[in-house]
Design a protein around this ligand. Structure first.
Ligand SMILES: [Zn+2]
Length: 492
């Protein structure tokens, strides 16, 4: 047996001003060839699961590329083509099966709006007989092109995503059983015109828990995989929205009824997928009343794990206006400030403008830096290994990183984008988050498995940014209409 295993992951926020070149897909671009096995085997990711499954069968494995870029604006066409070419060149050499760790919401700049569907189509063109298994993120905007050009799809059932490995393992195992002739997977999919808010996609709570829970319950017997996707709403493309993909053992009708049950539940519960914000000042005046920390201030409108610039400063600014103190903040991405602070050197006092370096034309907003005076408390290379449940064991690279201390706040400032999804974001630079009264986290959901357990309170702060939950800020032009809740009729 010879298996082709690859990863191409990007969630594209079409409103984000952050570019996505080749270099964004890994520490120095994607891992290529043998580097892939070295970097990805043993990780709790879908590609980690594919490698493990291949090893169990003693299959020969070719790994042309593994690249994962943090969410940002549309992917550079050259980067996309290079990744696809590496995978397709390997497919042309021949193999028995293909296992792909994809996201499902990749948009290419001046290229396809459906990066994954386009790649799968190219692979089926090369050899229609070679079966393909695909793992997708819960935020996939599924398309017909994707489903028609592969054989098995399984999506994450958790958000925050802590079942990446299990999802890869499920998709891979189904394909391997099919190769052995034990089963004949067939797929059915449906979508629903609901633009759900990411903040309402926590799979431990509310309507999302019920929606994903139903898929889990139905995934039994001849239903080999049932996935319930939340979709990625910050994508101005026709496929944005909720959907479901069901894989059965040769039973299309069972697939149809299962898929319908899942999507009917989504539609019945559509109002419960909509987030209602409170004004930022109200949130922070509420925060001022709490004595014991850490109180988490979730700066969800500037979440780099959804395409945020990670440098808006309004939550910290208003927190300081309200006299909050003992605040930990992070990470703020500001390569310019990092450079200035490194030049100043550890222990020295500096006055400088932090953040607000990136304009956000899609929401008609200019970057607004915050003038602060403080000390350079620590300088590191920004590397750490994840110990928490998301991306466990993976090495992370924040670029040169500075811990900047003012009288009321300690701010982690990085060169590169990084979501606070692990304690390492803070502890690697010497900030102990448990000792803070307030923690401003530029996060939306990934903070939960790690930081919510230590929190005395969680307050959602509607700052500015391209991951805002205020749909009115975004000028959707290409999304399919009518779309709930954007359109007044016929449903509101
Ligand atoms: Zn996701």
């Amino acid at each position: 047996m010879k298996f082709l295993v690859a990863q191409m992951e990007h969630e594209t926020n079409t409103f984000s001003p952050i570019p996505t070149p080749w270099e964004s897909f890994g520490p120095n671009g994607p891992y290529v060839g043998d580097e892939v096995v070295r970097a990805m085997s043993g990780t709790k990711t879908p590609i980690g699961a594919f490698i493990e499954l291949a090893n169990k069968l003693n299959a020969d494995i070719s790994t042309p590329v593994a690249g994962l870029a943090l969410p940002s604006g549309p992917v550079d066409l050259a980067a996309y083509e290079k990744i696809c070419d590496l995978i397709c060149a390997e497919a042309k050499l021949g193999c028995d099966a293909i296992f792909l760790d994809l996201h499902g919401a990749m948009v290419v700049k001046n290229g396809p709006l459906d990066g994954e569907g386009n790649l799968l189509h190219r692979l089926k063109d090369i050899n229609p007989e070679v079966p393909i298994a695909v793992s997708l993120d819960l935020h996939a905007n599924v398309t017909d092109l994707m489903v028609k050009n592969c054989d098995v799809i399984a999506g994450y059932k958790t958000y925050p995503h802590i079942d990446m490995f299990e999802t890869g393992f499920l998709a891979g195992s189904i394909l391997i059983d099919a190769l052995k002739g034990k089963i004949k997977p067939v797929m059915v999919w449906k979508n629903s015109p609901i633009l759900a808010h990411t903040l309402k996609m926590d799979t431990d709570k509310g309507a999302m828990r019920e929606y994903v829970g139903l898929a889990k319950k139905l995934e039994t017997g001849e239903v080999l995989a049932a996935s319930a996707f939340g979709g990625f709403p910050m994508a101005d493309i026709p496929s944005a929205g909720m959907s479901s993909v069901v894989v059965t053992n040769g039973d299309k009708e069972l697939g149809e009824t299962t898929c319908n049950k899942i999507m009917n539940l989504a539609w019945e519960n559509r109002t419960r997928f909509i987030w209602r914000d409170i004004p930022l000042k109200t949130a922070l005046s509420k925060a001022a009343k709490f004595e014991k920390g850490p109180v988490l201030l979730i700066d969800h409108s500037d979440n780099c794990a959804s395409g945020g610039t990670q440098d808006t400063m309004d939550v910290l600014k208003i927190a300081l206006d309200y006299n909050l103190d003992q605040i930990g903040v992070g990470p703020v991405r500001d390569p310019e400030a990092v450079k200035t602070l490194i030049q100043a050197g550890k222990g020295n006092e500096v006055s400088l403008k932090i953040g607000g370096k990136v304009d956000m034309p899609a929401i008609k907003k200019k970057g607004e830096p915050l003038q602060l005076t403080g000390f350079v408390k620590n300088i590191t290379s920004g590397e750490y290994i994840v110990t928490g449940p998301q991306f466990t064991g993976m090495k992370m690279f924040m670029g040169n990183t500075v811990l900047f201390e003012t009288d009321r706040a300690e701010i982690v400032i990085t060169e590169k984008l990084q979501e606070p999804w692990d304690l390492g974001v803070f502890t690697s630079v010497g900030l102990n988050p448990t000792k803070k009264r307030y923690l401003i986290l530029k996060s939306r959901m990934y903070f939960k498995p790690i930081f919510s357990t230590m929190a005395t309170e969680i307050i959602y702060c509607n700052g500015s940014g391209v991951t805002s939950s205020d749909w009115k800020l975004f000028d959707y032009k290409n999304i399919r209409r009518p779309m709930y809740p954007l359109d007044e009729s016929p449903w509101n």
